[in-house]
Design a protein around this ligand. Structure first.
Ligand code: NAG
Length: 219
């Protein structure tokens, strides 16, 4: 009985939130497949991004520290409480399975992490062959607590310990942490993608579920 109710609820949500599926499916691979219909979306205001293979979605990244990530025109990356901030609107494109390019719509800058783990907005993310550089690639992972983490594809390098990743994170003071100070278990490294039109019921549900679950973890 419980299982049937859950199934019915699931079906209703699926029907009600078809567009939302793109950012709220539960695994990276199905997410990539399901977002394929949006590949036909051709109102891309940033032509250089269209040259990279993949699908574009418009979204905001909401951090568990209650900030929206924003890429400012001066290249500074920080968090804002204002969910309408134009600098927080991001163009996200899958360049490979689970690998994303993240670009600020208003600033036109890519989200990047340098060798020393500093997060910033960069305008030099494409090589002359229009390939995305590693410091501008983000590895998106859906963690067990339902939040997403974004780790820099630049790390780990050979000289780093095996398996050590550096994560995108917005600390309580609204500033990104240095890569080496991040862990995937920190609240500041936990994000939820939000559809550009604002928060949806599905997203809110997912967030409160994730937060309930997160309370059991110690961060
Ligand atoms: C984020 O950076 C911008 C531009 O540098 C600045 O104007 C803004 O006050 C900063 N916001 C926070 C919360 O630090």
């Amino acid at each position: 009985m419980g299982a049937e109710v859950r199934l019915l609820a699931l079906l209703l949500t699926v029907l009600g939130g078809y567009l939302d599926l793109i950012v709220s499916t539960t695994t990276a691979s199905t997410r990539v497949e399901r977002s394929v219909p949006h590949g036909t979306w051709n109102e891309n205001p940033n032509p250089d991004l269209t040259r990279i293979q993949g699908v574009v979605r418009l979204q905001r990244l909401y951090c568990r520290t209650r900030f929206h990530l924003q890429i400012n025109a001066d290249g500074k990356v920080n968090g804002t409480r204002d969910h309408t901030s134009p600098y927080a609107l991001l163009q996200v494109r899958a360049v490979d399975v689970g690998i994303l390019a993240i670009k600020g719509v208003k600033s036109g800058l890519y989200l990047a992490m340098n060798k020393r783990g500093k997060v910033y907005g960069s305008q030099r993310c494409l090589t002359s062959q229009k390939k995305l550089r590693d410091n501008c690639k983000w590895h998106e992972t859906i963690e067990a607590n339902n939040f997403n983490t974004y780790s820099s594809a630049l790390h780990p390098k050979k000289r780093h310990r095996k398996g050590v990743r550096w994560y995108l994170s917005i600390a309580k003071n609204g500033r990104p942490r240095r890569g080496r100070k991040t862990k995937k278990t920190q609240r500041s490294a936990h994000f939820l993608p939000r559809h550009k039109s604002g928060r949806s019921r599905r997203r809110r549900d997912r967030m409160s579920r994730a937060q309930k679950r997160g309370k059991k973890q110690k961060n």
